[in-house]
Unconditional design. Structure first.
Length: 215
């Protein structure tokens, strides 16, 4: 059976949520995120990263790639537009934007202020990364003006990818200037498939936007 390696507060929620939307059965292998100080790829998964899937020996990391693989293999279930359509191009754009463009500067903020905990020694770097987070969230907020989802009226797997990124932004207090994104994230996290995945993967607290230092 398809196995998903998952830990709370990681991108594994994206894959669990997608599988719940697809009503696809899977075995959840739950672990805890190991703090990455100076070592990387040390998570208790076959790749050392979360998320990882093992689909009868096909071992994959990268949440965006896993998303596309699962939709190809197990059926799209209306979760992405037809290939070659204009909407499919937009779907791919936002799917990748979620981790490549929007999460990158967020990752720097998290790295310096949460994992390394020496952000105070590098105020310029933190400020620069925060500025780039704001710059990456602005076009998204504009996109959600008058739209329920990234593609308009239709929910897609790109929304799943984006929700994790926006939740990370919210825990750092960086979603407040973006009212469309705040409302959009609230909409997404009411979905039954999200709630099922969040419960199974221990992510309900994270999506309540609690930072690692608050309980
Ligand atoms: N771009 C990758 C990022 C994967 C990633 O960095 N995952 C984090 C948890 S959310 C991790 O496993 N970090 C441990 C490490 O970097 O060694 C994806 O979208 O899956």
């Amino acid at each position: 059976m398809l196995k998903l390696y998952s830990a709370p507060r990681t991108r594994s929620i994206r894959v669990a949520w997608l599988l719940e939307e697809m009503a696809q059965s899977y075995e959840l292998i739950s672990g805890e995120f190991q703090q990455t100080g100076s070592k990387f790829f040390i998570q208790s998964t076959p790749t050392g990263k979360y998320p990882t899937i093992d689909d009868d020996g096909v071992i994959l990391m990268e949440s965006g790639a896993i998303t596309e693989y699962l939709l190809d293999k197990y059926g799209e279930q209306g979760l992405r537009p037809a290939r070659g359509s204009a909407e499919h191009g937009e779907y791919l754009q936002w799917l990748h934007y979620a981790d490549a463009t929007a999460f990158s500067p967020l990752g720097v903020v998290v790295w310096l202020t949460v994992y390394r905990d020496d952000g105070a020694d590098h105020p310029q770097l933190v400020e620069d990364a925060r500025g780039r987070v704001g710059a990456a969230l602005k076009p998204l907020d504009d996109r959600l003006q008058g739209r329920r989802f990234l593609l308009g009226k239709t929910f897609s797997a790109a929304d799943i990818m984006m929700a994790f990124t926006l939740t990370a932004a919210a825990t750092l207090g960086m979603l407040t200037p973006h009212p469309n994104l705040t409302a959009y994230l609230a909409r997404l996290t009411q979905r039954p498939a999200f709630l099922a995945a969040a419960e199974k993967t221990g992510n309900l607290e994270f999506f309540a936007h609690k930072s690692p230092n608050t309980s």
